[in-house]
Design a protein around this ligand. Structure first.
Ligand code: COA
Length: 695
């Protein structure tokens, strides 16, 4: 894998004699990027291109080849990769287009299979190339290089990467590497995360994702989580998952669009999710240059109330603490402002601010250990000039050093941009707008806060696998996609989920006997594998208080149900104890084509879709994941005692863990829906459970 970023020897396959062609441009870029290793050309029609010796095939190259960069028409790529395999090449970057992106899926598969056979890693196809500023190397077909720095950028879109190269250069943002992964037929985000985690030069990994491949989600999540413990991972996720989302039949499952699953997975991975490209790079810049915030409050240092308030709003909105400064520090700061200034926080040096007073106040807050981070905002005015503002900041930093985050915003005309760039080069993340600066500082806080969170113990429930397997197997043998209510209860119980007391009754007399044992009041539900939502078709009778009522209800339920759904099979009824109403929660799960089992928790009951108060996590879950799921919802707050005693959250957590484990253990289950679950002061009981199988 390292051969992708740090090759010692490269062969450019398709090194064209025509300088306008991509193969020629790549060769030229490699030569002019300062690459110190050996470069060969491969072109059957040339013996030399741009002074580089060419060979008819990679097999003819005399020395070893770490990396082959391939720029020949798609149809020739399988043969080229085969030859690379025979040559012992470690990695192949396929620049060529014309694969999966235009429907040539088989050709792409063929390339990957050949590569696998030889143990070669494939980058691409359909990529613009790679830049690594340490090696240094540029094997893209763009003749421009990023500024060296410590952000690694991985992108599915080559065009986007290229345009950002110019944009970030303009702003002074530097990179350790840029890796275009194109169709990501083999090397994907997860592989690169594992690699870049080990790269001391990379301080932040920024990723642009359009969609992960089928079933790849969990691996990505695990690598991102592992990486987040050592360096920030920032993700911009655009578009929808490539996979067609399975038809979702359970209520709870239908709440979860694929974007919500990405959102949950990124949280679990402790990655930061940026909402725009601007945010992605603003945050990356701040995180690449900033140390961890200190213990104390963040400080806003400004010379105008407005921007201070704007920045304070952004920081507060993103959970960054802004407390009044200690009195003695306020006293010291007052030396740098007129009597009508404010030393509380935001610190307002007023329109009387000079470069000297800004410098003096900044030195004070940077030095004081009770200040955790500093945000400076200054607007362009007559005095001081943007130049002088920039110099004041640099001079303060030179004096005190940067042991805490310092983020600067200078707002004004074109002159400011040059100053901002110089500040960035001096190691101070700087932005035009106060909102961007505040959002970047908040991202620094968010990252370090998440990093400190525990990873959590796995939340596994070892269920009675054999029992669940038997029930699921029977339903599958009958070609069913839905378990009957009683079967669903049985499976739930096998995994320790407390369910309402129930009994199966094939006929009226058995039902009457069961009701006597359970005790009135009871409910009756038609036992059928064909209808999930029985209330809608008259298949349920509630609150039956006597045997007389039971007999009448039985007759009515059977009659109405048969009239409404004449084709549905009826095995009898289930008799269930009527439970006293508790707080109504739900726990559900479905299988996401990208991430696998996804578990949901939320406010349950018949209004579940209207209320839409739920959280998601990708299984396997940790205890912390479950804790977070509950915390995130209003239901969680209600459960902890809202206008009433606290309810049994622990019992509910166990149900979440059980549902997750059930989904992990049985691939054949497509979704589970326990709704409602009545939660009491002591205990929780699932009143209805639906288990669906894959078609
Ligand atoms: N091995 C080595 N060299 C070969 C070869 C082979 N099997 N087959 C052909 N060549 C040589 C050719 O002789 C030619 O060299 P020459 O100009 O000196 O004769 C060179 O390779 C290029 O081949 P050519 O057929 O002229 O292709 P091209 O340069 O027009 O196009 C691609 C090749 C890869 C650039 C093109 O197919 C492509 O995919 N373009 C899109 C790339 C892209 O946009 N990527 C994604 C960005 S996000």
């Amino acid at each position: 894998m390292w051969a992708i970023l740090r090759p010692n020897s490269i062969a450019v396959v398709g090194a064209s004699r025509d300088p306008s062609k991509i193969g020629s441009r790549i060769l030229r870029n490699i030569l002019s990027s300062g690459f110190q290793g050996v470069v060969y050309g491969v072109n059957p029609n040339a013996s030399e291109v741009l002074g580089v010796r060419c060979y008819p095939s990679v097999l003819d190259v005399p020395g070893a080849v770490d990396l082959a960069v391939v720029a020949v028409p798609a149809r020739f790529v399988p043969q080229v990769v085969e030859e690379c395999g025979r040559k012992g090449v470690k990695a192949v970057a396929v620049i060529s287009s014309g694969f999966k992106e235009v429907g040539n899926t088989d050709l792409e598969k063929e390339v990957v299979e050949i590569a696998k056979k030889h143990g070669i890693r494939i980058l691409g196809p359909n990529i613009v190339g790679v830049w690594d500023t340490r090696t240094p190397i540029n094997y893209s077909f763009i003749d421009a290089n990023p500024l060296p720095g410590s952000v690694a950028f991985i992108s599915q879109s080559g065009a986007l990467m290229t345009s950002l190269l110019w944009w970030t250069r303009e702003r002074g943002i530097g990179f350790s590497c840029l890796v275009s992964i194109g169709n990501r037929a083999d090397v994907g985000e997860a592989d690169l995360l594992a690699l870049l985690r080990e790269d001391p030069r990379t301080k932040v990994v920024a990723i642009y994702i359009e969609g992960l491949g089928l079933g790849e989600g969990r691996k990505f999540l695990d690598e991102a989580l592992e990486t987040s413990t050592v360096k920030p991972v920032i993700v911009l996720k655009a578009g929808r998952s490539e996979a067609a989302v399975e038809a979702i039949r359970s209520h709870t499952g239908s709440l979860a669009g694929s974007d919500e699953v990405y959102e949950a997975a990124l949280k679990q991975a402790r990655a930061l999710r940026a909402a725009s490209l601007r945010e992605l790079f603003n945050w990356a810049l701040a995180l690449a240059l900033s140390p961890e915030p200190g213990e104390g409050t963040a400080v806003i240092l400004t010379h105008g109330g407005g921007a201070g308030v704007i920045a304070a709003d952004v920081l507060n909105g993103m959970g960054v603490p802004l407390a009044p400064l200690p009195q003695d520090l306020q006293e010291r700061l007052r030396k740098f402002m007129p009597p009508f200034g404010s030393a509380r926080n935001p610190v307002d040096l007023t329109g009387m601010m000079t470069a000297e007073s800004l410098r003096g106040a900044l030195v004070e807050v940077l030095r004081d250990p009770r200040v955790g981070a500093v945000l400076v905002w200054a607007g362009q005015g007559a005095i001081p000039t943007p130049e002088e503002l920039g110099e004041a900041v640099v001079s303060a930093v030179r004096e005190v050093g940067l042991a805490k985050p310092l983020i600067v915003s200078i707002t004004g005309g074109g002159e400011c941009r040059e100053v901002l760039k110089r500040l960035i080069q001096a190691g101070v993340p700087s932005y035009e707008s106060p909102e961007d600066a505040a959002s970047a500082l908040a991202a620094v806080y968010r990252y370090y806060r998440r990093r400190r969170e525990r990873k959590g113990e796995p939340a596994r429930v070892e269920g009675d696998r054999a029992r669940a397997k038997e029930i699921l197997g029977r339903a599958r043998a009958e070609g069913r996609v839905l378990l009957t209510p009683v079967e669903s209860f049985e499976v739930a119980r096998a995994y320790g989920i407390p369910v309402v007391e129930y009994a199966f009754a094939p006929d009226l007399e058995t039902a009457a006997k069961a009701a006597r044992v359970i005790g009135y009041p009871v409910a009756l539900a038609v036992e059928t594998p064909d209808v999930a939502h029985k209330t809608d078709v008259g298949g349920i009778a509630l609150n039956i208080k006597s045997e007389e009522e039971l007999r009448a209800a039985y007759a009515k339920v059977m009659e109405v149900f048969a009239r409404n759904v004449p084709k549905a099979r009826v095995f009898g009824v289930s008799v269930r104890k009527m439970m006293p109403r508790g707080f109504e929660a739900f726990v559900g799960a479905r299988r996401d084509p990208v991430f696998g089992p996804v578990v949901s928790f939320g406010w349950g009951g018949v209004m579940v879709e209207l209320v839409r108060d739920f959280s998601l996590r990708v299984a396997p879950l940790t205890q912390d994941d479950i804790e977070d799921m509950i915390e995130e919802t209003k239901a969680g707050k209600a459960l902890k005692g809202y206008r009433g005693p606290p309810l049994d959250v622990e019992a509910l957590k166990n149900i979440v863990a059980s549902v997750a484990s059930l989904m992990e253990d049985f691939e054949e289950i497509s979704s589970v829906d326990a709704n409602p679950i009545f939660v009491y002061e002591k205990g929780a009981v699932a009143v209805d459970v639906k288990v669906y199988l894959k078609a």
